[in-house]
Structures are given as C-alpha cells and as structure tokens.
Design a protein around this ligand. Structure first.
Ligand code: GDP
Length: 210
C-alpha cells in the first residue's frame, strides 16, 4: 500500500499549559481529542508509523497539557489532553476544561478536530461535550472509531452507521473505522488530514530532521 506520508516527519515540538505557550509560528493545525485510553496516542503513532512518538503526551506533567507535534512547514498535529479519568480533582478538571474549551473555540490555526473514540463506546458524554464546544466554530470534525479490530465486521459497520447518523443529525462531520493494531483506516485518516491542511506547503522541508 502506498501512503502519502503526510505524517512521516512528525516530531514532538512542545507542551503548552496555557494559550501563551502555543507555537505562534503555527500556520495550520489538526487537533486530536479523546477519552483517556480511547487509543489516541496509538492512533497518532500509527499514522506517523512510529512506536512511541505520541506517548510523549503521557509523560508525567504532560498529560493535562496540550502537546504539539510538528509536521513541517509550520503545520502541527495537536494532542489534546485525554479526558474522562474517574478520579480527577475538581480543580484539575476545571483547568483542563478551560484549556480545552479555550483551545477548541478560539484557536485560529485549528483547521479541524479528529475525535478519537473506542468503536465499542462512541459518543460518551464528554465526547459530546467536545463536539458542543467545537462545532459552533463551523470547522470540520472527523470521528476516528478506533480499536475496530475488537469488533466483528458487522458490529463495526453498525457502530460506524450509528455515529455517522448522530453526527449528521446534530453536529455535521465524517466518521471512519480505524485500528492501530491492525493498521487499518490509515489512508482514510490521512486523506482527511490532507484535505484540511492542503498540500501546497509540503516542499518546505521536514521539521524534526527526517
Ligand atoms: P490514549 O490514552 O487514548 O492515548 O490510548 P492509548 O493509545 O494509550 O491506548 C490505550 C490502550 O488501548 C492501550 O493498551 C493500547 O494498546 C490499546 N489500543 C490502542 N489502539 C488500539 C487498537 O486499535 N486496537 C486494540 N486492540 N487496542 C488498541
């Protein structure tokens, strides 16, 4: 399978605990959001064809922050903090809520949101919260239903239809099945990223030495 390689030079760039920390040179970015354990890091790693890249976001002190990965050409993949931990203190929850909401509602460079959800448990309340914050921006959403390998083919197709229907009726946006484990859905996800970021900048050269 030939892959366009949009993510091939993906490299960790920086961690932001507040809007002022976010890279000012960014021209365009795509954000990945999802419940903790949904498979967001695995999805980013699979797209980048790297094993541990996005696990940077799990290092102590970084899990509640926004992590920027450079694609080159001042374009970024933005790993938003995972949500839905049961035992998060109130202040921490309030902090990430304001960070996430602020980012999703005001970040001009943001071109689209990839909402990573376990294909078996999509559209949980906090996922819907992300959609409610983001959709009024008028920017596109793409639901990445991951761990699809854990479902039979028919079950997976039914989950996809269910999510597509809800998105269509309430939020707009597209959806797909994905599996980091069986590396399925990579091309489709990359095509979405291509569409959102365009291609004209890709002669600019790699970001992180590649
Ligand atoms: P994150 O917290 O959203 O970044 O989730 P991770 O990427 O760390 O994944 C959480 C758990 O789900 C890990 O044990 C992964 O190995 C597993 N996982 C992630 N993606 C897949 C997948 O596509 N298929 C299967 N079977 N397991 C997955």
């Amino acid at each position: 399978m030939s892959r366009p390689g949009l993510f091939e030079h993906l490299a960790f760039h920086s961690t932001a605990a507040a809007p002022l920390d976010m890279p000012r040179e960014s021209v365009a970015e795509i954000a990945f959001a999802g419940r903790s354990n949904a498979g967001k890091s695995s999805a980013i790693n699979a797209l980048a064809n790297r094993n541990r890249l996005a696990f940077v976001s799990k290092m102590p002190g970084r899990t509640q922050h926004i992590n920027f990965f450079s694609l080159g050409g001042s374009r970024f993949i933005v790993d938003l903090p995972g949500y839905g931990y049961a035992k998060v203190p109130r202040e921490v929850k309030a902090y990430w809520e304001s960070l996430l909401e602020g980012y999703l509602t005001t970040r001009e460079q943001l071109r689209g949101l990839v909402l990573v959800m376990d294909a078996r448990h999509p559209l949980m309340p906090l996922d819907v919260q992300m959609l409610r914050w983001f959709v009024p921006s008028g920017k596109p959403v793409h639901a990445l239903l991951t761990k699809a390998d854990k479902l039979g083919r028919q079950e997976a197709a039914a989950q996809l239809r269910k999510v597509e229907k809800t998105l269509l009726n309430h939020y707009g946006g597209s959806a797909q099945l994905f599996s980091a484990l069986s590396r399925s859905g990579l091309e489709q996800a990359e095509a979405v990223a291509h569409e959102w970021l365009g291609d004209e900048w890709r002669g600019d050269g790699p970001a992180g030495g590649g």
